[in-house]
Design a protein around this ligand. Structure first.
Ligand code: FES
Length: 348
């Protein structure tokens, strides 16, 4: 294929696009190389050291596959005794202070660390020998929508890079050094005191259970739809369980948002389940709001509109409405009510 580099991984012929890394080439071919800090949307950093592979022949050396570009004729082994031994130590370091109550973790069965451990294998006799912390670190639950549990963090830095590279917000970074390293807001302040915009993109990309949405339940099914909060038209999947909305997930195939969501699209769905939602029109009678049928409410509105003309009247249209709805609103305001007093919340 034109533009492809030919190489051999574990005795299999692989053709990978020029510029791709060994890890990308292997994963595309269905060859699993353990990895934790790699994310296809982010620049590679080589932090977890799990994706080691051995280059053979003229390149003979061990490299991390997430940062090494493919070259024509490369011969690669992803599983040698030396590689396995080194990975084992890398994994032991990663889990040394990691919580082991996987069943109580929201990411159980979806966890990147579980997948790596399953592949690399854990030697129970060696577990715990590298433990450096006696006490659990405090959970940061200051954000109204999600919490951060540093005891489940593997310091892959995916949340930091997501906030920096994809969102340009830089609300979090690595704080302290050595065994005391942790992810924190500027000055080790809580999330809610940082400049975090609560978009939740870091939760989506966290490969373990360190960042989790508060009160989220696993949906029984998902419905593809478009966010109704503004006119951007972001694609999303709403997760439903027991006839209630329990999750909102960005649609990676949507050209408008490519899977990303803002705070409103990601966490703003809970009003749908609220018992306080108005389900029928209210009309004020004798100073009290009273539930009425739609016909009565619309008749009342039409009656009041008919007694109002020109610049006595104004319309504020809504970004929650479609373009067509907003077109009708301005047409009604100008042609029927006879005024140019029409504005829109998004203009602000
Ligand atoms: Fe390569 Fe983490 S995935 S070092």
């Amino acid at each position: 294929m034109a533009g492809n580099i030919n190489l051999i991984i574990n005795d299999q012929k692989v053709a990978a696009p020029e510029g791709s890394t060994i890890l990308e080439a292997a994963l595309r071919k269905g060859i699993y190389i353990p990895h934790l800090c790699h994310h296809r949307e982010l620049l590679p950093v080589g932090a977890c050291r799990l994706c080691l592979v051995e280059l053979q022949g003229e390149w003979k050396k061990t490299v991390i596959s997430c940062k090494t570009p493919v070259k024509e004729g490369m011969v690669i082994k992803t599983e040698t005794p030396e590689i396995r031994q080194t990975r084992q130590v890398s994994l032991e370091l990663l889990v040394a202070d990691h919580d082991t109550d996987c069943l109580a973790c929201d990411q159980n069965t979806k966890c990147g660390l579980q997948r790596v451990a399953d592949h690399v294998g854990m030697d129970k006799k060696r577990m715990g020998r590298l433990k450096s912390r006696e006490n659990r670190l405090p959970i940061d639950d200051s954000n109204p929508f999600f919490e951060f549990d540093p005891n489940r963090c593997v310091l892959c830095g995916i949340c930091v890079r997501t906030c920096d590279e994809l969102l340009n917000i830089n609300a979090i970074d690595f704080a302290y050094r050595g065994l005391g390293t942790k992810i924190a807001g500027f000055g080790d302040k809580s999330r809610v005191e940082s400049n975090c915009e609560s978009c939740g993109e870091c939760i989506v990309k966290c490969p373990v259970g360190a960042l989790t949405e508060k009160g989220a339940e696993n949906p029984t099914h998902q419905i593809k739809t478009v966010c109704s909060f503004c006119g951007c038209g972001c694609g999303l999947y709403l997760g439903v369980r027991d006839n209630k909305l329990v999750t909102a997930k960005g649609d990676i195939n949507s050209p408008a948002n490519k899977g990303r969501l803002c705070v409103k699209g990601r966490f703003g769905y809970k009003f749908v389940n609220s018992d306080e939602r108005l389900t029928s029109p209210l009309v004020k009678k004798d100073g009290e709001f009273v539930e009425v049928e739609w016909d009565e409410a619309l008749d009342l509105i039409a009656d009041k509109f008919s007694k109002t003309k020109g610049d006595q009247f104004a319309t504020i249209a809504s970004a929650k409405c479609s373009n067509e709805d907003n077109f009708v609103a301005q047409k009604f305001t100008r042609a029927v009510m006879g005024t140019n007093n029409i504005d829109h919340c998004a203009r602000l």
